[in-house]
Ligand binder design. Sequence first.
Ligand SMILES: NC(=O)C1=CN([C@@H]2O[C@H](COP(=O)(O)OP(=O)(O)OC[C@H]3O[C@@H](n4cnc5c(N)ncnc54)[C@H](O)[C@@H]3O)[C@@H](O)[C@H]2O)[C@@H](O)CC1
Ligand SMILES: Nc1ncnc2c1ncn2[C@@H]1O[C@H](COP(=O)(O)OP(=O)(O)O)[C@@H](O)[C@H]1O
Length: 291
Amino acid sequence: MNPYGKARLRELLPHPSEGANKYTRGKLVLMAGSAAYPGAACLSALASQRMGAGYTEVITDKRAVETVRSVGPSLVVASDEAWFDRPPAVATEKHPCAVAVGSGFDSGEGRTARLLFCALEDADAPVLVDGGALGALASDEGRALCKRRFVEGRPTVATPHGGEAARLAKPFDLPCDDPSRLARSLSLAYGMVVVLKGPDTWISDGDDAFCMDEGTAALSKAGTGDVLAGMIGSLLAQGLDPLDACMLGSTLHARAGKMAADELTDICVSAEDVVRFLPHAIRSLSSEGGR
Ligand SMILES: NC(=O)C1=CN([C@@H]2O[C@H](COP(=O)(O)OP(=O)(O)OC[C@H]3O[C@@H](n4cnc5c(N)ncnc54)[C@H](O)[C@@H]3O)[C@@H](O)[C@H]2O)[C@@H](O)CC1
Ligand SMILES: Nc1ncnc2c1ncn2[C@@H]1O[C@H](COP(=O)(O)OP(=O)(O)O)[C@@H](O)[C@H]1O
């Protein structure tokens, strides 16, 4: 039985408390984008702000810095050259935070694995791994770091599409024909929460696997996965439990896609529109009745 009915999802919405400030609302350190894919960092960053994080700091390739800065003056943007000298991200009850790494990374570049390993090793906060970093997560070092995080109680989340999930499955020889089983077995093998994206999205923490089937084929366009990573990263940064963040983020993403398609047609919806329609999806969840 899926406990994530409307009432439960509504309870999880991260409304700011009366005395909130930008730090108490949660900081997302978003390591995203590359010279080849600066747009993924922009989409993910804008989505994370819309999803409620108080502060989004984008760490990106120096060749992408100006592009990312230009899409949102409220984003704090820095080159990844400075990343290795920074203090690690530490989440506390008063100042929650999370790291999202990989959207728009170029899997062919050496910096991809370096930045991923650094985030997995150092961050005493939830780490979400997406896009171009998922290949490096499947490497010997990536798997070992992920397992260590699990043993130490530091949560990791991965958001693969079918192709990326097959790469994660390979070192463990896991069968890829059943998405529900694959989400669960990847979760157990790596010690992380898995969001296996597709027409139906399967979310597993290793114990259970839940199907989020509220999406639409209008979402099958470049960049919608980067938006999802920004949304889930934002919810993790606001202190939501990883499984809760994945269920709420995926459902709102699907609903925003549907509402965008109702207005714009299923042909015209773009990843930018999913970000634009997120407030409508949040408002509709907030106001609708039922369980
Ligand atoms: N505007 C941008 O800057 C964008 C950047 N992106 C970034 O581009 C990088 C590469 O991502 P890609 O996904 O293109 O490349 P990948 O090379 O990682 O995956 C695509 C390959 O996987 C296969 N595949 C199997 N199942 C699939 C499925 N369910 N969905 C998609 N592909 C599937 C495809 O046939 C293709 O060969 C990532 O870092 C990603 O974040 C993309 O998200 C697109 C938009
Ligand atoms: N046919 C479909 N029906 C419903 N949702 C879909 C469909 N195709 C893709 N999606 C959703 O769109 C998003 C695509 O993510 P992804 O493949 O990572 O794209 P990108 O890498 O271009 O950002 C996922 O959330 C996925 O569940």
